[in-house]
Design a protein around this ligand. Structure first.
Ligand SMILES: [Zn+2]
Length: 463
């Protein structure tokens, strides 16, 4: 599987994150089904325009330092959202030779030609050009092919796209048979995908903005050389929009993953991104964020209860647990059906939330869950939950705390239980409030108290 990664000019925004979270869910679901996935996701660390060059000059760092910094932040932001690293994250700057080789092959086969300012792909030679996007060749107009700049006057046909750009003074460059310059964006993905996955592989993913021209051009470049289909399946995530407009850096409408995680916590952000099917346009709506926070809190409460009763529950299933077990098996089958139907994450998510609601209802009525049942729900959350929430199941939901920290909270909870049994309710309340102030939420059941840590954003949404 190949996914188009970030152009590391700035920090990741939620529109990018939507795509990366969806591809993470896809990878994990394929693995859940028993497939072995080899995932390659590039880092575009060569994207040079005037704006970036100006920023680099102003910030007094080298171009390389600038992209290194944003590459680091990009990989950090992925981890924040529980996204598993791909098997390879190839950097464009480390694969210049592979790109040059590919361009040379295209020239040899007559699919590319050199001009004064670069090397171009001759789309008239590639008969099936436009088959992915449905863009007709004769309707290509100047400027419509994305990153092709208006000063690329020297090409034969308006739709021809650049494979290698000869550098102007002051621009970063690499050596090539065509003099100093840099590769075009599209050749980067063709060269790296083919290096790590071969001439033909299973799945290629990207955003809807990639369909044309980026993926169309990738197909042309790769298939002109190999004569084989580049990928068997293409998946594209639709845009995340703000007030009806596309979310992008150029319009200044830009919500970074960092800011969103800081405000709502990683799990709420991930749940938010899964609430809309990937082939539907999604809008950045505060109300939907609040809903996501509530869902994340329900999931946190479910985990806290399951962890508590996995240790402290009665050994065998108790009265009323048959209904809970029935919901468990129903949730698993609804989840699988939803995911197998073109990754319906909203439905899959609702299947897990239904189990959370049924567990809460059971605890209200019966006050406890047996160890056996808690263990089965635990396994469900570790498998099904991990498909949707990734590594956040371990880091955010399980809340693996340091031993002393956990012991101290449990000591405080025990002391409070003691005060309550002595009917010193005011003192007991004081302990609860102090713990809440530190981000610990207590839930009293008949016979025991469960505690969990909640993110600041979720605490606010509860209030
Ligand atoms: Zn790409």
């Amino acid at each position: 599987m190949y996914t188009c990664g970030l152009t590391v000019n700035d920090v990741m925004h939620l529109g990018h994150a939507r795509a990366y979270v969806i591809w993470d869910v896809l990878t994990r679901y394929l693995e859940y089904l028993g497939y072995e996935v080899f995932h390659v996701s590039n880092v575009t660390d060569i994207s040079i325009d005037d704006k970036i060059l100006r920023r680099v000059n102003e910030s007094n760092v080298s171009f390389q330092q600038h992209v290194n910094r944003y590459t680091q932040l990009y990989l950090e932001d992925r981890l924040k959202l529980g996204i598993a690293p791909a098997n390879v994250h190839p950097l464009a700057t480390q694969h210049i030779q592979e790109m040059i080789d590919l361009v040379q092959k295209l020239i040899e086969k007559g699919f590319a030609y050199e001009t004064d300012d670069g090397v171009y792909f001759r789309i008239s030679r590639f008969q099936s050009y436009g088959s992915l996007s449905g863009v007709a060749r004769d309707r290509l107009e100047a400027g419509s092919s994305g990153r092709v700049s208006k000063d690329e006057y020297s090409k034969e046909e308006v739709g021809d796209f650049v494979l290698w750009k000869k550098s102007k003074p002051g621009e970063p460059y690499w050596h090539s048979p065509w003099g100093l310059g840099r590769p075009g964006w599209h050749i980067e993905c063709s060269a790296m995908a083919m290096k790590y996955l071969g001439e033909s592989f299973d799945i290629h993913c990207g955003g809807e903005e990639h369909v044309f021209p980026h993926h169309e051009n990738e197909i042309a470049q790769s298939e002109a050389v190999s004569g084989r289909p580049l990928a068997r399946y293409w998946l594209h995530v639709r845009h995340l929009v703000l007030d009806g407009g596309k979310m992008s850096k150029s319009t200044g409408e830009f919500v970074s993953v960092r800011d969103a995680v800081e405000q709502y916590g990683p799990l709420s952000v991930r749940v938010f991104l899964l609430l809309t099917h990937y082939r539907k346009t999604m809008s950045l709506d505060q109300d939907v964020f609040k809903t996501a926070s509530k869902h994340a809190d329900k999931l946190g409460a479910l985990w806290a209860a399951i962890q508590h009763f996995s240790v402290k529950g009665q050994p065998f299933p108790q009265t009323g647990e048959d209904r809970l077990l029935m919901q468990l098996s129903q949730s698993r089958s609804v989840f699988e059906e939803a995911m197998s139907r073109d990754l319906s994450t909203p439905l899959a998510l609702s299947a897990i939330l239904k189990l959370a609601r049924e567990t809460a209802r059971h605890l209200d009525n019966h006050g406890s869950i047996s160890k056996d049942t808690a263990f089965m729900i635990h396994v469900f959350l570790k498998t099904v939950g991990t498909v949707l929430f990734g590594d956040l199941v371990a880091s955010e939901l399980e809340q693996k705390q340091e031993g002393v920290f956990k012991d101290l909270v449990e000591f405080a909870v025990e002391q409070r239980d003691k005060l309550r049994s002595e009917q010193k309710y005011n003192d007991a309340d004081l302990v609860r409030k102090r713990l809440e102030g530190l981000g610990m939420v207590l839930q009293d059941l008949s016979g025991s108290t469960i505690w969990r840590r909640v993110h600041r954003g979720n605490r606010e949404s509860q209030g």
